[in-house]
Structures are given as structure tokens and as C-alpha cells.
Design a protein around this ligand. Structure first.
Ligand code: C5P
Length: 414
């Protein structure tokens, strides 16, 4: 399920003349129910499969079909320019061929040509038409041009035949449209923002430390490393020289980033303190264990030896963030994280302010965690507080855009 906080996109849905047009109604309905603004453009042929009243009622907007309607508002240019994403579902072989060749002989094709928004197409046709070398060549051209092609799926077609050519399921199309809209918005923001961290040295920690108990067991936490990896990814995209100190991350290492793999808090401390003097910015997103078992046993603990209860003694780990703040070099910006389970917003903010003061970092990123919040998830919600304890930024959504919000604060400060 999409996060409810996803920003509302302006989406143009093009419907072309194939039997799968009836499934376009579900695509439109889902997008509208998720809070997005949908403008539907149907071709003349599409209207033989699905009626104008249906498309207008479901999209809650007037249907557009004719290039020569409302000429004064130049609707194909207006719709194309305002759209965050354009999706064509179903996209017939004829439509794919025309888009691949830049043909614009109806309102939908004019809109596609007049738009800089990312394009998603969901082809739907008989297997022979999909596999025809002409269609395959057109699809390849669209793919090379950065168009997102969803499907087609393989399965039951209109008649009794089966094979590739069936339009993807509406939920898959909706997911692709939203992912494409987000990626498009990120590209736009990136073009505006440029490479504002060019040449900066940025150290990021990610993941959760594991504190060994014996050769096979450890004490760990549920951090997946997603947020730290997202910060490293975005910092590199914004031009920084990034070193990622990764503790047991569950997501792939980002490209273009120097990765140092560690496991325990002590290993992370050693790596960070060694790297720190060369850094302009340090962002401590990792979940570091506060304690480790005092003694690591050489052999596996056996239940026959322990009886019904097992007592372990723990000793305090170094506070890496605090050590880095104490060893800080001039002009270095240090960002800490606080994951709090406190449910009351004000009380949570107070905890974060106190933590920022204890740690002495420049900024603290506060997020709420719980059994179903924060960890292991693709999206998150954070508040960023500064040295005066003021909330200088708030960000909700994908961890990549939250990463950008954190880096925006750092870039502004520098
Ligand atoms: O003290 P607490 O764990 O709540 O603080 C969280 C922040 O401190 C995070 O930025 C985390 O990476 C860092 N930390 C650390 N060393 C520890 C514990 C936490 O650097 N031993």
C-alpha cells in the first residue's frame, strides 16, 4: 500500500483502442482514490470499448478526446506541461509505433510529444502483434528513450488463446506510475539542486551493529541500513566523495561510494575515528548497540551447561557519535540520529533535544520507531533539529527523499 503522505501527482492517463480499455477504469479509479489528480485522454477507438460517462465519473474530470476542442487553451500543451507523469494503458501496437516515431495525429499523441513528464506504457495486444519485429523494435526504442514499459503479461487473451500480450494488472500499472512519478520528481529536483556537495567528503554509517556472544550468536537490532544507504546514495549523486561504514546492511551497497564493512560497535568506532579527520560531513544513521557482552565465549554456549536461566554481563560500548564530536576538526558538520518509541509528539521532541545536547552534534534527525514503524520499511517520517533545539526541517516519504531533506539542511549550513 502506498503511504498516505505521498504527494498528490498530476497524472494524464491515455486510453487507446484495445479490449483491455475496460481495465484502464480500475487504474484510473485506484489513482483517484489514492488522492491523485487524473486527466483522461481517450482516443476515438478507445471510446468504442469504454464509454465517456464511465471515464468522466471515475476520473472526476472532463474526458478529453479531440485536438480541436478548447483550442483556445491549447489543451495538449497545457496537460503535457502540467503532468508529473503520463501513462498509456492500454497501449496498442499502433500507439507504440506512433510514439516511437514521434507521430502526433490525435490529442493523446500531441500531449505525449508536448510533455517532458516521464512516460509509462502498458502494452496490450495479441501475442503475434507483440512479438512482431516491428512492435519489438518500437518497444526497444521506447525503452532506450527511458519510457517505462509495464508488461505485457503472459496469460489469457481476448478469445481462447493465451500468450504474452495481456495488459498488466491494474495494481502493477498503478505501482509503476507512482514509482515513475517519484523518480521524475527526484530528477527534476536534482536538476534544480545540481551537484551542491561536489568535492565534499561525507562519511555515513548505516545498518545495525552485532555484538558477538559466542562464535554463532550475537546481539543485534532490526535496522536494515536503508536510511543510511539512502543518505550515501543521494550524497554521491549530489557530488560528494562518500564513505559508507556499513554494519550488516540488508540492502545492496550503493554505486559510486567507498564502502567499509564492519560488524560490531567497536569495529565501527575504529573505522569512523580513522576516517573522521578527512570528512567535511559525518552522518551517523547506524543503530549502534549501547552494550556488548563482557566476555565473548570461545565455544558455543550449550543449554546443558546453563540450566534453565542464562545470565550474561554486558559492558558499555564506546559512544561513537560523542567521540567524533569530541575529536571534531574545524568546519566539520556532524549529524546524529535518534530513533524513539515515545508516542507523544512533544515528549519525543524533548527526548531528541536532550539527546542532541548530550551528544553535541550539529543536527539530530528524529524518527519514531516501533514494531511496525521505522525499521525495515521503505518510507519514514523525520524531524531535524538544530543546536537551538528548533525543528529546521521535516520530511515524510521514501527514505531517498528524506535523505535529500537531511542533505539539504547540511548543505544550507555549509
Ligand atoms: O544514544 P543513542 O543510541 O540513542 O544515539 C543515537 C545516535 O548515536 C545515532 O546517531 C547513533 O549512530 C549514535 N551512536 C553511536 N555510538 C553508540 C550509540 C549510538 O555513535 N554507542
Amino acid at each position: 500500500m502506498e503511504s498516505q503522505s505521498e504527494r498528490p501527482w498530476r497524472i494524464v492517463v491515455g486510453v487507446t483502442g484495445g479490449i483491455a480499455a475496460y481495465k484502464a477504469v480500475s487504474v484510473i479509479r485506484s489513482l483517484v482514490l489514492l488522492g491523485h489528480r487524473v486527466d483522461v485522454i481517450a482516443t476515438e477507438h478507445a471510446l468504442r470499448f469504454v464509454g465517456r460517462p464511465t471515464l468522466e465519473a471515475i476520473s472526476r474530470n472532463p474526458l478529453r478526446t479531440d485536438l480541436y476542442e478548447n483550442v483556445a487553451t491549447v489543451q495538449h500543451v497545457a496537460l503535457g506541461q502540467q503532468a508529473d507523469v503520463v501513462v498509456i494503458a492500454p497501449a496498442t501496437a499502433n500507439t507504440l509505433a506512433k510514439i516511437a516515431n514521434g507521430i502526433a495525429d490525435d490529442l493523446l499523441l500531441n500531449t505525449v510529444l508536448a510533455s517532458r513528464a516521464p512516460l509509462v506504457v502498458a502494452p496490450a495486444m495479441h501475442t503475434e502483434m507483440w512479438q512482431h519485429p516491428a512492435t519489438q523494435a518500437n518497444a526497444r526504442r521506447l525503452d532506450e528513450r527511458g519510457v517505462t514499459i509495464v508488461g505485457p503479461d503472459s496469460g489469457r487473451l481476448t478469445g481462447t488463446d493465451e500468450g504474452p500480450g495481456r495488459m498488466s494488472e491494474p495494481e502493477d500499472i498503478v505501482a509503476a506510475v507512482l514509482a515513475t512519478a517519484r523518480a521524475g520528481a527526484r530528477d527534476r529536483e536534482e536538476r534544480l539542486r545540481g551537484r551542491d556537495l561536489e568535492g565534499r567528503h561525507v562519511l555515513v554509517t548505516a545498518g545495525g551493529t552485532r555484538e558477538p556472544i559466542d562464535p554463532v550468536r550475537f546481539l543485534g537490532n532490526r535496522s536494515s541500513g536503508r536510511q543510511g544507504v539512502a543518505v550515501a546514495t543521494r550524497a554521491a549523486a549530489r557530488g560528494a566523495e562518500v564513505t559508507l561504514v556499513a554494519a550488516n546492511i540488508e540492502v545492496p551497497e550503493p554505486d559510486g561510494v567507498n564502502v567499509v564493512r564492519v560488524s560490531s560497535a567497536e569495529q565501527m568506532a575504529t573505522a569512523c575515528l580513522e576516517l573522521a579527520p578527512r570528512q567535511d560531513v559525518i552522518i551517523m544513521a547506524a543503530a549502534v548497540a549501547d552494550f556488548r557482552p563482557e566476555h565473548v565465549l570461545d565455544g558455543k554456549i550449550k543449554k546443558e551447561q546453563t540450566g534453565d536461566a542464562l545470565t550474561l554481563t554486558f559492558t558499555k560500548n564506546p559512544d561513537i557519535l560523542r567521540s567524533l564530536v569530541l575529536a571534531r576538526v574545524p568546519d566539520q558538520t556532524i549529524v546524529g540520529f535518534a530513533a524513539e518509541t515515545e508516542e507523544d509528539d512533544d515528549a519525543r521532541l524533548e527526548l531528541a533535544r536532550a539527546k542532541r545536547e548530550r551528544k553535541g552534534c550539529d543536527f539530530l534527525v528524529l524518527n519514531r520507531v516501533g514494531w511496525n514503524e521505522g525499521f525495515q520499511r521503505e518510507d519514514t517520517e523525520v524531524q531535524i533539529i538544530d543546536e537551538r533545539g528548533e525543528v529546521v526541517a521535516e520530511s515524510t516519504g521514501e527514505k531517498l527523499s528524506v535523505a535529500d531533506a537531511i542533505l539539504d539542511v547540511v548543505a544550507r549550513e555549509r
